[in-house]
Design a protein around this ligand. Structure first.
Ligand code: SAH
Ligand code: SF4
Length: 458
């Protein structure tokens, strides 16, 4: 291929001039935000967004490793995308994210898909421009999966929304839940500096962003590694003072670290939304212990009682894993009972998926996949009924909704979210996108609410 850039020390790399890129993102919000950072770095090289993979000169797949399903999707997507290279020799294909941070998987991708030009792990994000330059120049697949955490602070982000922004506050995870690959692919916990977060939030507010979502595998452990150990509650308190912002969200909360202080801060915060994503993972003490979650069922229930008592109208959502190795029918009835006691607004249930290198991978598992599927269905059935009942309680209420744009299924309808993160559809003009408007809830369904505008947008 023709390589058209001559670099001097003072000249930024611009080899993407006149070219287009396309990023496909799998997985969680942290990955979505990483893709926004990749986009900004690539745009600094001169690339512009493509309307689809066929148009692109640079294809990036940002992968997820948390369960086998997203991994399989990546493999099948790679199979399809590498075909594009047949007609376009100078197409660059890069694979990044959590899957590639694992040595075995990086090697597997390299061996199976020789068309891939660059493999870069989660820690390589700051080095992406140089890596892409090498991928242009070198014939061999370029691989960077070093555990080098430097350079992440201060990277730009090309955000996809003009009014809602992801804002990472802590990277990595120290918890090593027995089933989870995240600590292996995201490294140890690194909190961002308090002032760096406040100034990024203030800058977002200056650019008319109205909602920020603070991201971390466990936001509650924010600050333990910083001088003076600032708490997550104190960070929220400070962010709540930023004039232009209307909403502050955060996820995920590990139950073992959720402090009474945090509950008080959310209760008194003006902009801090009344929603906790508080994954329980199981309701059985025996399984919780095997999962290394470090709380008991009773401690979890006590925490939920405390949150509900302090914050009227709060929503609590959860993740549950079914079919963890050794889970008996008796163990399984415990999460069902937990769902009924807590009455989560919604809960995502996942079938346990063995992950390489984790503690649980080595445990004996006698439950068949069929049985696990049945457990998942039973759990979903109960939760769906609870979600519907909880939503029905909101009919007749006037709720503040931030409008996100036309509904995907019906462009006549606008879609937005309540402070408690519930999806609301209503009839109104698309010009309302990005505004906050009072909506009277008229109908409840399992996954969403319907309502009518009542009052002026602000
Ligand atoms: N840091 C967050 C979430 C990380 S992964 C937390 O601690 O809650 C998101 C969800 O995926 C987890 O809450 C868990 O329910 C699920 N998950 C993680 N590893 C899994 C595995 N090996 N099999 C099935 N589900 C898993
Ligand atoms: Fe995984 Fe547990 Fe860390 Fe969440 S807290 S990322 S589930 S190890």
């Amino acid at each position: 291929m023709q390589f058209q850039h001559t670099e001097t020390l003072n000249q930024p790399l611009r080899f993407g001039e006149g070219k287009q890129y396309w990023i496909n993102t799998f997985g969680c919000q942290m990955n979505e935000h990483d893709s926004e950072v990749m986009a900004a770095l690539i745009e600094n090289l001169g690339y512009r967004p493509a309307s689809g993979p066929e148009e692109a000169d640079l294809l990036i797949i940002n992968t997820c490793a948390v369960r086998k399903k997203p991994e399989d999707k990546v493999s099948s997507m790679l199979g399809k995308l590498t075909v594009l290279k047949e007609g376009k020799n100078d197409l660059i294909i890069a694979v990044g994210g959590c899957m590639t941070q694992q040595q075995d998987l990086a090697r597997h991708i390299k061996n199976r898909f020789s068309e891939v030009d660059l493999i870069f792990g989660t820690h390589a994000l700051p080095r992406l421009p140089e890596l892409l330059e090498r991928a242009h120049l070198e014939k061999e697949t370029v691989v960077d999966i070093k555990e080098d955490y430097t350079g992440r602070e201060g990277l730009p982000a090309a955000r996809t929304s003009t009014f809602q922004a992801w804002l990472p506050i802590i990277y990595g995870c120290n918890n090593f839940c027995a089933y989870c690959v995240v600590p292996f692919v995201r490294g140890r916990e690194r909190s961002r500096r308090f002032e760096a977060i406040i100034s990024e939030a203030a800058a977002l507010s200056d650019q008319n962003y109205r909602e920020i979502t603070l991201l971390g595998q466990n936001v509650n452990s924010y600050g333990h590694d910083l001088p003076g150990k600032p708490s997550f509650a104190s960070l929220l308190d400070e962010l709540d003072r930023i004039e232009g912002l209307s909403r502050i969200r955060f996820m995920t909360s590990h139950p073992k670290d959720l402090s009474p202080d945090l509950i008080k801060t959310v209760a008194r915060g003006k902009k801090i939304c009344e929603h906790f994503h508080l994954p329980a993972q199981s309701g059985s003490d025996r399984i919780l212990k095997k999962m290394n979650r470090r709380y008991t069922r009773e401690q979890y229930l006590a925490l939920v009682r405390e949150i509900k008592a302090a914050i009227p109208g709060v929503s609590i959502t959860s993740d549950i894993i079914v079919g963890f190795p050794g889970e008996t029918e008796e163990d399984f009835s415990a999460p069902l009972d937990l769902l009924k006691q807590v009455r989560f607004d919604s809960a995502f249930a996942f079938i346990y998926s063995p992950r390489q290198g984790t503690k649980a991978e080595k445990l004996t598992d006698n439950t068949t996949y069929r049985e696990k599927e049945q457990r998942l269905q039973a759990l979903n059935k109960i939760q769906q009924r609870i979600s519907l009942e909880e939503n029905e309680r909101l009919v007749g209420n006037l709720l503040e909704v931030m409008v996100e744009g036309p509904s995907k299924n019906n462009p006549e309808l606008q879609t937005g979210r309540t402070r408690t993160n519930k999806l609301v559809h209503f009839t109104g003009p698309a010009s309302l996108t990005g505004t906050i408007i009072p909506i009277c809830i008229t109908e409840a369904r399992t996954w969403n609410l319907f309502g009518e505008m009542e009052g002026e947008p602000r």
